[in-house]
Design a protein around this ligand. Structure first.
Ligand code: ZN
Length: 588
């Protein structure tokens, strides 16, 4: 639609030196991370005009002018948008192809109407007597007037004031209907869409306001109301705050996905700028694709209640499907980002994000806590929950690991699971020589890469003294999954260069994974116990086989033997009891 491709505009904006450009017109002085000077728009003499390089924007605390480097040129030099982009591009040395034959963007009047409405909504929040309810509400959410100004928040009052103000500005009702800011009732009367709501502006990638999200004040329904789909707003293809967040996403090499406007604002104010939210719906495929353009890793920070978890895993599947790495951060019980920051400061949020774990681990953790991995029907249901995530994972190494871990947790053979997951011909990794693990012909269960082996390696990667302790207490033959054993040996000889491609991929994944709040000593002990228990399990199975062909006297001895082994094994891993009973049952 536009003459200059969005990607190019983004490139120009990223390359532009906002402080340098504005500094040619305003005398700026550094204050902390920002720059301050007298406002060139209202002609102030005090330093009320802020340039915020981190957000790529400027803002005046007196006249509330705000924008990015392009807006600055447009407003200061009276240029139109494409000319402003070309001017900045010229300065940073980026060539923009000449204009084509197409005319101006036919949606321009809509952008202008929404922009005029935004200015007016912001003024209502700052000044109008009816706006008191909104100001009080924001205060209760710990957002002061200055912050609300920087964020561009607004207030939509009841009554005719909005229409009258727009009429005076010459903005036609028709245009406001198209923009979704007015609605026509069945009786033909026209009223504002946003009545007695706090308004969050939704910006496109060019930094233009295209829509609003409205939070009700008081008891009305619905709690959140968004602009409808319009020619300039497609909610499934945009993310709240992406305009401001994407530069930080590239720097932080991650995106944080939250559920709503307030969470986004809270994280952003706490210095975590790489935060975005879907717009009032579940995460769409287009939105996942959009994230993929800016990052490889997404951390989901949703509510931990039942609905929040469902939304978390739905979003995670969508992201996995686009080949992204997905982690889940979990807030302490009963906290939301808001309360956490109020009580423990912004650093507490960063800690929560640092402790994020892979989405599959999170799923297993929840199923385990619900006791679903301990019983046969439970394991069946658990698999039904795990399969969508396995199917969603598009990255072959990730999928291979998920398959192996699900097989282990549910005591199912991996090839059976692979079939059930509908992954034909393996997952690609097989071609790299890793898919088939050597199976012990004596054992009905092949040896998948286990959680325990993986945990061992994670502790190995946790640095000394843990590295030394793992190397001292583990011998390579205890590790059965070939890629894990290779990695273990590579670390032991301090040289990962000999790893093949697939093992190297797993190596990197393990090295990048943080232990979070898991304690390495406990992890190591737990892993060693499980690996010892695995060995004992095999011996118990051997006793079972012997028992089926033994005479009565022999059988009594074998029963004693089995009791000893079982006790020993259960001492290592008590949770194995139920599985053990099933395996040990006659006829199994
Ligand atoms: Zn000003």
């Amino acid at each position: 639609m536009s003459l200059i491709p969005d990607e190019l505009i983004e490139q120009v904006r990223d390359a532009a030196d906002l402080v340098g450009v504005i500094g040619e017109h305003v005398e700026l002085k550094r204050t902390g991370a920002d720059y301050r000077g007298p406002c060139p728009f209202h002609g102030g003499t005090h330093r009320n005009f802020a340039v915020i390089p981190k957000k790529g924007m400027y803002y005046c605390f007196v006249c509330h002018e705000a924008g990015d480097v392009f807006t600055f040129f447009m407003k200061k030099l009276g240029l139109d948008y494409p000319t402003a982009v070309r001017e900045v591009a010229r300065r940073v040395g980026i060539t923009i192809p000449e204009r084509g034959p197409a005319g101006p963007d036919p949606r321009e009047p809509l952008f202008q109407a929404v922009s005029a409405a935004h200015d007016w909504f912001q003024r209502q929040l700052r000044e109008s007597p009816e706006g008191t309810i909104a100001r009080d509400y924001l205060t209760s959410r710990h957002i002061d007037a200055e912050t609300a100004g920087v964020l561009g928040l607004g207030f939509g009052p009841r009554g005719k004031a909005f229409q009258e103000a727009m009429k005076q500005l010459g903005v036609k009702d028709e245009l406001l209907l198209d923009a979704g800011l007015l609605v026509k009732r069945d009786d033909g009367s026209i009223i504002p869409r946003f009545r007695e709501r706090v308004l969050f502006p939704i910006l496109d990638l060019r930094g233009r306001v295209v829509a609003f999200g409205g939070r009700v004040l008081g008891d009305g329904e619905p709690k959140y109301l968004n602009s409808p789909e319009t020619p300039i707003f497609h909610k499934g293809q945009m993310l709240y705050n992406l305009h401001a967040a994407r530069a930080s996403m590239r720097k932080a090499e991650r995106a944080v996905l939250v559920e709503g406007y307030f969470d986004t604002i809270r994280l952003s104010l706490a210095g975590i700028e790489e935060v975005v939210a879907p717009l009032g719906t579940g995460l769409t495929s287009d939105q996942a694709e959009l994230l993929k353009r800016h990052t490889e890793h997404v951390i989901l920070l949703y509510d931990s209640d039942e609905a929040g978890l469902r939304a978390t895993f739905r979003a995670a599947d969508e992201l996995l499907h686009h080949g992204l790495r997905v982690s889940v951060a979990t807030l302490p019980d009963g906290e939301d980002p808001d309360t956490l920051v109020q009580q423990q400061g912004g650093a507490a949020l960063e800690r929560v994000l640092r402790d994020a774990i892979d989405v599959f681990d999170r799923k297993l953790q929840i199923l385990e806590r619900r006791g679903m991995l301990g019983t046969l029907p439970g394991r069946r249901r658990a698999l039904d929950r795990l399969l969508p995530t396995i199917r969603a994972a598009r990255d072959p190494i990730t999928r291979e690991l998920y398959l192996a871990r699900a097989a282990e947790a549910a005591h199912v053979r991996k090839d059976v699971l692979e079939r059930e997951a509908g992954i034909q011909g393996g997952s690609g990794i097989r071609d790299l020589g890793l898919g088939k693990t050597p199976t012990n012909p004596q054992s009905p269960i092949p040896n998948p890469p286990t959680n325990a082996e993986r945990a061992l390696l994670l502790v190995l990667f946790a640095g000394d003294p843990w590295r030394t302790r793992v190397l001292e207490s583990v011998s390579p033959d205890m590790i059965e999954f070939p890629a894990y054993r290779e990695i273990f040996e590579a670390v032991r000889r301090d040289d990962p260069s000999g790893l093949d491609r697939a093992a190297a991929g797993i190596y990197e994944q393990l090295a990048a994974e943080k232990l979070g709040n898991r304690e390495p000593g406990e992890m190591l002990e737990d892993a060693l116990n499980k690996i010892t228990a695995r060995g004992l399990d095999r011996r118990i199975e051997a006793v079972d086989r012997a028992m089926s062909v033994a005479g009565p006297d022999e059988q009594r001895a074998l029963i004693v033997k089995k009791q000893q082994l079982t006790a020993e094994r259960n001492a290592k891993v008590p949770t194995y009891k139920i599985a053990a009973r099933r395996k040990g049952a006659p006829g199994s």
